[in-house]
Design a protein around this ligand. Structure first.
Ligand code: FAD
Ligand code: SF4
Length: 354
């Protein structure tokens, strides 16, 4: 038994103050990731601060993708309404509720599809928006405290480098860690240009989801740029016509209940056979949701054809560094990325012709 204290504050400021005052304290949302880590000994907090009464579960319309007050309650949207607006998703909104919300399904189909591709119905009924973004890697060595892991302990070597790397990164890794970020939802949010609202001891700030997670570099122990005690209060999706023409494709070892080997979130606008606008993010290939800017640059103004889509995927992979490991590497992901991206963009192209 490892003793820890438990607190259930009534508001966000109290939660931030409680965690901020104790370097060993953590937030608890749905618990579907954190409680496993408590049982496995991967997380050993001195204090657990329950967000059950703290984070909003509301999904509200925003006039411009942000109400500006950063408190996650969407009251800015109530003050000014427009018919074509962005959405604010409270950090406490459940994955199942977000996936089923009519405005999410209509305006941001890639997000609804990504959520439904994750975990299981039971888990999605517990998992929250904030917790999903901050779930930790599924690298098997990270979860197994009998094997060394630099992400758990900076003084230990990485077991994956010479081990099992089927689910590991081909982009953005370092010699210290090649674990991938596991969230499907985060990949869709990055492609959709979402931002997170963050509350800390010094007030609120807004971050693009694309800049929330960090690459491992010399220190893989921190997955994000959040400071200790900072609370995600909401995710904002900007108003965007192209987002309604988006999709999420997940390639995995089993049809359900499996993390992505490779995934693609894309939004595509085609005009007269040419790519007018495009947004792409990749999952399962990097330590963070990977915005595929090289592929996007290659595609803008290009013919909307499979040939262009394949060439764009290869451009994105120019710096890929797959692992040749004794237990089977992950070079196969190169072809999976090319196939999954081409297939996703082809389907979006066909939908715009039908
Ligand atoms: C068997 C299984 C299969 C799964 N399959 C998938 C899958 O295919 N795809 C996928 O994407 N996910 C999958 N998941 C992961 C699941 O989606 C996450 O566990 C879940 O989204 C985490 O949300 P939570 O609310 O339960 O977070 P918690 O477990 O409560 O918290 C996770 C982390 O986030 C922090 N945190 C939570 N909320 C906040 C906040 N508002 N501000 C700051 N910090 C916060 C906590 O301190 C903790 O570090 C799977 C999980 C399991 C157990
Ligand atoms: S890849 Fe990262 S998480 Fe996995 S064992 Fe190595 S350091 Fe740990």
């Amino acid at each position: 038994m490892r003793p820890f204290t438990y607190a259930r504050p009534d508001d966000a400021e109290a939660a931030v103050a409680t965690v901020g005052a104790d370097p060993g304290a953590v937030f608890l949302a749905g618990g579907t990731n954190l409680l496993d880590h408590l049982k496995l000994g991967v997380a050993t907090p001195s204090s657990v601060v329950d967000l059950g009464r703290v984070t909003s579960t509301a999904i509200t319309e925003l006039d411009d993708g942000g109400d500006g007050d950063g408190d996650g309650d969407g009251d800015g949207a109530a003050r000014s309404s427009t018919t074509r607006s962005g959405l604010r998703i409270g950090a406490g909104a459940l994955n199942s509720d977000v996936a089923a919300h009519p405005l999410v399904r209509r305006r941001y189909p890639a997000l609804a599809q990504a959520l439904l591709a994750g975990a299981s119905g039971q888990l999605r009924n517990m998992a929250t928006t904030g917790g999903n973004l901050l779930q930790r890697t599924r690298c098997v060595y990270f979860a197994d405290t009998t094997t060394p892991c630099t992400k758990r302990d900076l003084t230990q070597p990485c077991s994956a480098r010479e081990g099992w790397t089927r689910y590991h990164a081909i982009l953005g890794a370092s010699e210290h860690c090649l674990a991938t970020h596991p969230s499907d939802m985060a990949v869709a949010l990055v492609a959709l240009d979402a931002t997170v609202q963050v509350l800390g001891a010094d007030g609120t700030r807004t971050l693009p989801v694309a800049e929330l997670h960090r690459l491992p570099g010399d220190d893989p122990t921190h997955d994000t740029v959040l400071r200790h005690g900072e609370l995600i209060t909401a995710v904002d999706l900007p108003a965007s016509p192209i987002a309604a023409r988006s999709a999420y494709r997940k390639v995995r070892d089993r049809a359900s209940y499996a993390f992505a080997l490779v995934s693609v979130a894309a939004a595509l606008g085609v005009r007269e056979g040419t790519v007018a606008d495009v947004r792409i993010a990749l999952g399962g290939v990097a330590p963070k949701p990977w915005r595929a800017t090289r592929a996007e640059d290659a595609l803008r103004g290009a013919p909307a054809t499979d040939e262009s889509y394949r060439a764009a995927a290869r451009a994105e992979l120019a710096d890929a560094d797959p692992v040749e490991s004794p237990l089977g590497g992950n070079r196969f992901k190169l072809d999976l990325v090319v196939g999954a991206l081409t297939d996703t963009l082809r389907r979006l192209t066909e939908e715009q012709h039908s």
